[in-house]
Design a protein around this ligand. Structure first.
Ligand code: KIV
Ligand code: NA
Length: 265
């Protein structure tokens, strides 16, 4: 199996082939997702929400991200694996950013890292890139800044924030990022950004004109069934399947139907 590289991801944008990206946090699901042919697996700090049950992405630690990432890496044959550097592990200064990125790369075997923000974290991004670690940017509704925004509403609807987002996207391209996630911004703005930079944009709640799409796996599988923002398409109702299977198991244990003779030694 041919492994996906940043070079191939860039080629997809140049050919107009859309890039598919999905999150994973553990070995078993990463194996399924890689086998199903997704181009990029994101070990997102959304693990803080869907794996650990926190309300935000802020509490997850670098050690916990490395644990998730190494589990995913052991499963993957083809996909390109990007790992979020968590809140508090890169914003402070570029040395800390480099140290965090190197720990992720060395201890998990990941292929790249992702960091939230533009001009504010330029030094950190540059330092990590100069060590040879591919960096993906992330602009728009960046969840590590949720307490600054105070709301999960669409970002950059006003001209000032839109202009800042465009200049940040250009900056990330100049720095040498291999791609940028655009989260929850108007489709027209995402289109403008995608046309004005040569590196691929990957959208979530950013409309159809980005160079690729990303979703949180548990959301698109219908595991986090109560989370239904407008941008989400649910491709299965896995929550219902699990619920029914477990209820049937409980019923069979209670009734003594399980295990039967063939299931016994
Ligand atoms: O952590 C995550 O899942 C993400 C995606 C939503 C882009 O950053
Ligand atoms: Na994230």
């Amino acid at each position: 199996i041919k492994k996906i590289t940043t070079h191939q991801i860039q080629g997809m944008k140049e050919r107009g082939e859309k890039i598919s990206m999905l999150t994973a946090y553990d070995y078993s699901m990463a194996k399924l997702i890689d086998g199903a042919g997704v181009d990029i697996i994101l070990v997102g700090d959304s693990a803080s929400n869907v794996m650990a049950g926190h309300e935000t992405t802020l509490p997850i630690t670098l050690d916990q991200m490395i644990y998730h990432a190494s589990s995913v890496i052991r499963a993957v044959d083809r996909s390109f694996v990007v790992v979020d550097i968590p809140f508090g592990s890169y914003q402070g200064n570029s040395s800390e950013a480099l140290r965090s990125a190197i720990r992720i790369m060395k201890e998990s075997g990941a292929h790249a890292v992702k960091m939230e923000g533009g001009a504010e974290i330029k030094e950190s991004i540059t330092r990590v890139l100069s060590a040879g670690v591919p960096v993906m940017g992330h602009l728009g509704l960046t969840p590590q800044s949720i307490y600054k925004f105070g709301t999960y509403a669409v970002r950059a609807k006003e001209e000032e924030e839109a202009e800042k987002l465009i200049s940040d996207a250009k900056l990330l391209e100049e720095c040498g990022c291999f791609g940028i996630v655009l989260e929850k911004i108007p489709a027209e703005l995402a289109k403008r950004v995608s046309e004005q930079i040569k590196i691929p944009t990957i959208g979530i709640g950013a409309g159809p004109h980005t160079d690729g799409q990303v979703l949180v796996m548990h959301d698109m599988l219908g595991i986090t069934a109560e989370f239904k923002p407008r941008f989400l398409r649910q491709y299965a109702q896995v929550g219902d399947i699990v619920n029914e299977a477990v209820a049937n198991y409980v019923k069979d244990v209670k009734s003594g139907d399980f295990p039967n003779e063939k299931e016994s030694y």
